[in-house]
Design a protein. Structure first.
Ligand code: ADP
Ligand code: MG
Length: 348
């Protein structure tokens, strides 16, 4: 390789989101003895006396993560909190506090910000979380919302991405692909509206998928049910980027492979109906759509009867050796390599 080539700057799009995070943080060393997990899971974890604290943060950018043409600000506030709480539940923890930082451009009114905070406060009330601070500043273009959530868990209760064991059952809560199909419907209506401001949106029959997109519910109920049944999952992650991407995170961090079966993947009938209308494969929406904020977890095989008795939990496959790779077994029996085609902020 000649010197010129050596100097060629790396494009962010070559690295992708996770490649960039790795690149920027690879030389960090863990110094504090109380830090149990830094970068690389749904939350950072550090020990404080008898309890562990969990910390996660998420940034939402207007025009990238939300479109205010079809997103009511109250819903946006609720969702901004919900996605952070989902990361706390994904560690099998209990959220306690949030901070909220916003950057606002001149187009926003006080009333608009009040609506945003109505949604934020509603989520706080519903999930018993307290808003304890934040930061407020101006923006040259649109709205930015950054929320940090702080939660707690007993050390022995925490579920990491890295704990999956061979022969574990792979389980998922709720149903998948709905949020993506909701986004498709809303994008279509937004485009029609931009072309002709007099058009009325046609949203009848799409309520479920739209709600999945605009108002995701973090799965505290599942975490509570697991606790009631005495189960600490061997591994857990929330599904923000699509099932494929999250399965691969668990496989990579746990040093295992997996097999999931298309016929077992839970898809709501409205998701299927809307997918067909858009001529999309509902399984693709489930595998790669993202934003469902369901929980993906693995449990030892001997917990089969218990997870089978749980409401709204499906067993979709099992954990195998790393050398057997990550596989999606289609309904026709064909095995496909799992690929993380989920949302990638840096795709060209
Ligand atoms: P999630 O999808 O669960 O919110 P992410 O995929 O956003 O998690 O992040 C993966 C990991 O990388 C997390 O541990 C997160 O804290 C960390 N991370 C993300 N962005 C950065 C950054 N700019 N600098 C340092 N760590 C980061
Ligand atoms: Mg997560």
């Amino acid at each position: 390789m000649d010197k010129e080539e050596n100097k060629k700057p790396i494009e962010i799009s070559e690295l992708g989101e996770f490649g960039l995070i790795d690149h920027l943080t690879k030389d960090l060393t863990v110094i504090d003895k109380n830090l149990i997990k830094g970068i690389g899971d749904d939350c950072a974890v550090f020990e404080c006396g008898d309890i562990c604290n969990l910390v996660t943060t998420d940034l939402l950018v207007e025009g990238v993560h939300f479109n205010l043409i079809y997103t009511p600000l109250k819903h946006l506030g609720y969702k901004a909190v919900a996605v952070n709480l989902s990361d706390i539940y994904a560690m099998n923890g209990t959220p306690k506090y949030i901070t909220v930082s916003i950057a606002i451009s001149r187009k926003f009114s006080v009333a608009a910000m009040e609506q945003l905070y109505e949604g934020i406060k509603l989520a706080c009330d519903r999930f018993d979380v307290e808003l304890i601070g934040g930061d407020t500043t101006s923006s040259l273009s649109g709205l930015f919302i950054n929320i940090t959530a702080i939660g707690q868990a007993k050390k022995e209760d925490i579920a990491y991405r890295s704990g999956a064991k061979k022969n574990d059952l792979i389980c998922v809560s709720g149903d998948l692909g709905g949020a993506y199909m909701g986004l498709k419907v809303l994008e279509r209506e937004a485009k029609l509206y931009m072309d002709d401001k007099d058009t009325q949106p046609e949203l009848e029959g799409y309520e479920y998928v739209i709600e999945r997109q605009l108002k995701p519910e973090p799965r505290r109920d599942i975490v509570r049910e697991l606790a009631k049944r005495g189960i600490v999952p061997n591994s857990m992650i929330d599904i923000s980027d699509g099932l494929s991407s999250e399965l691969l995170h668990i496989c990579k961090e746990s040093g295992v492979g997996c097999r999931v079966y298309e016929e077992k993947i839970p898809v709501h009938e409205q998701t299927e109906y809307v997918s067909n209308k858009f001529r999309l494969d509902p399984s693709l929406a489930a595998m790669n759509g993202g934003e469902d904020y369901e929980l993906l977890f693995t449990v030892p095989l001997d917990k089969k009867d218990i997870v089978e008795s749980m409401n709204d939990v499906a067993i979709i496959g099992y954990v195998c050796d790393a050398k057997d790779g990550g596989k999606f077994v289609a309904k026709n029996g064909v095995e496909l390599e799992l690929k993380a085609q989920g949302w990638n902020a840096f795709n060209k």
